[in-house]
Ligand binder design. Structure first.
Ligand code: KIV
Ligand code: ZN
Length: 512
């Protein structure tokens, strides 16, 4: 048993299963690159057999990322497994993660299979996969609610067939830390060949205990792999959050005694990137990456921190990518200062041309906003990344008029496949008028299911970051836009959601 804790990131697979969080191939690659900077050990890049889009994303990531092991999820059948192996061909290190449900409820109601059939299929799947790649992970879905005797039989059999990692999911977030930790411990003690595999935990957050359960699985159960996502992204209440689990193990090394390969200085940039890409805003009081995570508001705390930081701080903000100096740049700042700030924030741009483009946008922003905060730079860089890709709808300009007692009016110019168009409309408010002005031209017929505005750096001088969630023909997408003018931010967010609606393919659900 190694004393290293393997960090398996599933933001691009389980995280992406969250309604509205689906990502394009290029967005996934960008996040995969950030995960590589973060030095995660395994990246679950997708579920290759679920759609052509996901197959291509897994393939692209496998062909590009060199440091991490690249993994594809796959149901326990030959067709899915072959597709996963095909997508992973270019990887330096490839892993197939195959799963089948083992709880009585799932076997009977969902799979309509007997336990014996599930047992045989699990063995057969691992045997088949093992002929294609060496690194095989097996997950008994809904494992925590499965009969332990049956689970032991299945796990012993799949290890014999060549599974190298055994992952025990708490698929529905039902576990309690002590019970989950002991569940893993008992399984490891009872399965005769348990030492031939690395044990892994995979916890959902329905009762808000995904991180606590995962840590108990490590400490009590002896698991040496944690499956997690950036910002805890994931279906329903989400998955175990990478930043929390990593910082818990790092900060309490005295208790866990485990090594981590993670470069934590890239955590904040990863969090911002995932939030900007998916439109899932990070709550201000979120541990590690929330805007208030290191802010000391009370006088007593401020006084203590000024005298000695460790009076109230258990981690250093810089260690997770926050800058010690919050006001960074302004309109007189040069390209070198901007570039250095990007480096300090853990943002690596692909080329000098990308830096130049981001710097131009930075200058435009600095003309409109005197103080540029780290959050502004991270938002700007994410937007820059998005705008590099040829989108169907691109914002150009907007004018709107609102006055007490009058119905607001807006007129917007945007491009559709490179050609400028103009839309005008009235609305209940300036935002409503602007979005209706876009719809007057696009006629998407999409229903808006969420609209939210967040001040990026806290004051009215700050940029507004808007998330728009649209639903159309059963598909749900999020769009994000940032601008000091929240009406413009709203229009950008709406156009970004429309772009995503155009580009998303249907997929098979991993747990369907
Ligand atoms: O939660 C779950 O059970 C899963 C499996 C597919 C590993 O995500
Ligand atoms: Zn899951």
């Amino acid at each position: 048993m190694t004393d290293k804790l393997i960090i398996f990131d599933t933001t691009l697979r389980d995280g992406e299963q969250s309604p509205g969080a689906s990502m394009t191939r290029d967005e996934k690659l960008r996040i995969a690159r950030q995960l590589e900077r973060l030095k995660v050990d395994v990246i679950e890049a997708g579920f290759a057999a679920s759609s052509n889009g996901d197959f291509e994303a897994v393939q692209l990531i496998a062909n590009t990322i060199r440091d991490a092991t690249i993994c594809s999820l796959s149901r326990a059948n030959d067709k899915d497994i072959s597709r996963a192996a095909e997508a992973l061909k270019g990887a330096n290190r490839a892993r197939i993660h195959t799963f089948i449900a083992t709880s009585a409820l799932h076997m009977e109601k969902k799979l309509r299979m007997t336990p014996e059939q599930v047992f045989e299929q699990a063995k057969q799947a691992v045997r088949f996969a093992r002929n294609l790649v060496e690194d095989i992970e097996f997950s008994p879905e809904d494992g925590y609610r499965s009969d332990p005797d049956f689970l032991c039989r299945v796990i012993e059999a799949v290890i014999k067939e060549g599974a190298t990692t055994i992952n025990v999911p708490d698929t529905v977030g039902y576990a309690i830390p002590e019970l989950y930790g002991n569940f893993i411990k008992d399984l490891r003690e009872r399965v005769p060949n348990s030492d031939k595999a690395i044990w892994s935990v995979h916890c959902h957050n329905d009762l808000g205990m995904a991180v606590a359960n995962s840590l108990a699985g490590v400490k009590i159960g002896g698991a040496r792999q944690v499956e997690c996502t950036i910002n805890g992204l994931g279906e329903r209440a989400g998955n175990c959050s990478l930043e929390e689990v990593v910082m818990a193990v790092k900060t309490r090394r005295d208790y866990f005694g485990l090594e981590l390969g993670i470069d934590t200085r890239h955590i904040l940039a990863a969090s911002r990137m995932v939030s900007q890409t998916t439109g899932f805003v990070v709550q201000p009081n979120k541990a590690v990456v929330g805007a208030n995570a290191f802010a000391h508001a009370s006088g007593i705390h401020q006084d203590g921190v000024l005298k000695a930081r460790d009076t109230y701080e258990i981690m250093r903000a810089e260690d997770v990518g926050w800058s010690a100096n919050k006001i960074v740049l302004g309109k007189l700042s040069g390209r070198n200062a901007f570039k250095q700030r990007l480096q300090e924030l853990g943002v690596q741009m692909e080329s000098e041309a990308d830096i130049n483009a981001a710097f131009t946008r930075f200058k435009e922003l600095a003309d409109r906003k005197s103080e540029i905060f780290d959050e502004d730079i991270l938002a700007l860089v994410s937007e820059e990344n998005v705008s590099q890709h040829k989108e169907q709808f691109v914002f150009v300009s907007l004018s709107q008029h609102s006055e007490t007692g009058e119905r607001p009016q807006a007129s917007i110019v945007f491009t559709v496949d490179g050609k400028e168009v103009k839309g005008t409309s009235e609305g209940n408010g300036p935002v409503d008028a602007s979005l209706k002005a876009i719809e007057s031209h696009v006629k998407s017929g999409a229903e808006m299911v969420l609209y939210s505005v967040n001040a990026i750096s806290g004051s009215t001088e700050s940029q507004g970051e808007v998330t728009v969630r649209l639903q159309n023909s059963g598909r749900v997408v999020n769009g994000v836009g940032a601008d000091p003018d929240i009406v413009v931010a709203s229009a950008k967010a709406y156009l970004s959601a429309l772009n995503k609606l155009q580009s998303k393919a249907d997929r098979v659900a991993a747990q369907g």
